[in-house]
Design a protein around this ligand. Structure first.
Ligand SMILES: Cc1cc2nc3c(=O)[nH]c(=O)nc-3n(C[C@H](O)[C@H](O)[C@H](O)COP(=O)(O)O)c2cc1C
Ligand code: SF4
Length: 449
């Protein structure tokens, strides 16, 4: 077994200088990297003790890439120190944010990097079981993972693959754990949080695939190497899905601290003058372009305009599109994705979506603007999960950035072409999936090894 040992610790290899890091050696043909190619690019799984790994991750400053931006070392410590036995690691590959493509890219093209991170993190917290959870439409990821798992004979953990229904809130960690335990894919009341009592009541470390891929690099090359890129407060690199009015939409690896203009340049530049950027996906924030271009990909910059990188999505909205109508579509989608469990989320988001739709169509009463703002403040913090909070943030930023267009919409019909913000129209709603699960038709779940 070569996977995780307490001693000895192998000295860090020298890592790739500059970028790419995570995406180093990515096969342009679209094929998944084989284990042999992966080991040629990064070397074999390093031997590193649990304490050494957690300390290296702590010094690296790595934070979770699934949206909550939580310090990874703190989570590792919490699960490692849990009193209950039978710890589990879950790779949250749900990627329910419709515009995001980074997790599918990692799982389908670089599965061994993610699995290395999972095996190393499992060793660090004393877990012997790893479950990789993906959405049921992610067939390329499933194939790549099945094949990767089948050739990993030396891991000191069992690795299973689970496919689940897809809907916006089904990637939330308590929903993932509940579904894997045989329940409906809907968020549950916390506490207890998964790290205390998660999958089948066991302490569960749940991490995003990109976070684990970064752990695999820190374990190999060390925290000093990790900090060679980025800023002191935001070290390292990040995968960003850049979409909208850019010439080459896609997933790009960029160093923290990169100016926003350079991010767009990486995606081929904008295809028309931009009116705004949506930073952080549909739980994110619209920022008008004049302010956005003064920002860097850094937490302090993003916080100064009330946003965060979230799940690493950046959408450019061209001047020819209508921010109010695009936002109305997204809000309607978010309302449709409520898991149907908490009154303020179910009724509040629907009321907000309907009122916002009327505002965008220019048929809303004068009072509607204030009512929407009042309702967003009323739904915040009133759900079992953060769905209403994320949706409220999106709505407030949409009104703040595009609110000046409301009067024009009242005076004349808006003929702006749709910008095509992705909405995962095939996504199940959590409420429907819950009913399906209750009828005993739980989505396929299988052990890959
Ligand atoms: C509504 C909702 C949906 C979420 N969807 C995802 C998802 O698809 N993938 C993901 O990794 N995290 C998602 N998260 C965040 C997870 O709850 C959790 O914080 C994350 O998986 C932890 O991994 P990290 O610390 O590596 O980021 C979601 C959170 C919320 C509130
Ligand atoms: S807040 Fe909404 S999405 Fe979250 S659990 Fe409650 S009803 Fe479901």
């Amino acid at each position: 077994m070569s996977a995780v040992r307490t001693e000895p610790t192998s000295p860090p290899r020298s890592g790739p200088p500059g970028l790419p890091r995570l995406l180093a050696g990515l096969d342009p043909s679209g094929a998944a990297m084989t284990l042999a190619d992966h080991e040629r690019a990064h070397g074999p799984l390093p031997r590193i003790g649990p304490r050494e790994l957690i300390e290296a991750v702590e010094r690296s400053g790595l934070r979770g890439r699934g949206g909550a931006d939580f310090p990874t070392a703190r989570k590792l410590r919490a699960v490692a120190g849990a009193r209950r036995r039978g710890r589990v690691l879950v790779v949250n590959g749900s990627e329910t944010e419709p515009a995001s493509a980074k997790d599918r890219l990692l799982l389908s093209r670089l599965p061994h990097l993610v699995l290395d991170g999972a095996v190393l993190a499992a060793g660090a917290v004393g877990a012997h079981e790893v479950i990789v959870k993906v959405g049921e439409s992610a067939t390329t990821s499933v194939r790549a993972l099945e094949s990767a798992i089948s050739v990993r004979h030396d891991d000191a953990v069992t690795i299973q693959l689970a496919e689940g229904p897809e809907g916006y809130v089904m990637g939330e960690e308590s929903a993932v754990v509940h579904f894997l335990g045989g329940g409906a894919p809907v968020p549950t009341l916390v506490p207890p949080r998964p790290f205390e009592r998660g999958y089948r009541g066991k302490p569960t470390l749940i991490q995003n695939p990109e976070t684990l891929a970064q752990v695999a690099l820190v374990a190999r090359y060390g925290d000093r190497w990790y900090r060679e890129l980025g800023t002191a407060a935001d070290p390292g690199s990040a995968l960003v899905t850049i979409a909208g009015a850019v010439a080459a939409p896609g997933v790009y690896e960029l160093a923290f601290g990169t100016p926003m203009a350079d991010l767009l340049a990486a995606a081929g530049g904008s295809t028309e003058p931009l009116q705004a950027l949506l930073v952080g996906g549909y739980f994110g924030t619209w920022v008008d372009s004049s302010r956005a271009f003064r920002l860097r990909l850094a937490r302090e910059d993003l916080r100064s305009v009330g946003c965060s990188l979230g799940s690493g999505v950046l959408i450019a909205l061209g001047e020819s599109s209508c921010g109010l109508h695009e936002s109305a579509r997204v809000i309607d989608y978010l309302a449709s994705q409520s898991a149907g469990q908490c009154g303020p989320c179910v009724f509040g988001l629907r009321a907000i979506a309907d009122a916002f739709g009327a505002i965008a169509d220019g048929v809303a009463h004068d009072r509607e603007y204030d009512r929407v703002l009042r309702w967003t403040s009323e739904v915040r913090g009133r759900g079992a999960c953060h769905h209403p909070d994320g949706a409220a943030r999106f709505v407030e930023s949409a009104l703040s950035v595009f609110g000046y267009q409301i009067d024009d919409h009242r005076r004349a019909r808006c003929y702006a072409p749709g910008a095509g913000l992705p909405l995962a129209s095939g996504a199940a709603t959590a409420a429907a999936a819950a009913r399906r699960t209750a009828r005993g038709s739980a989505a396929a779940r299988r052990a890959a090894r």
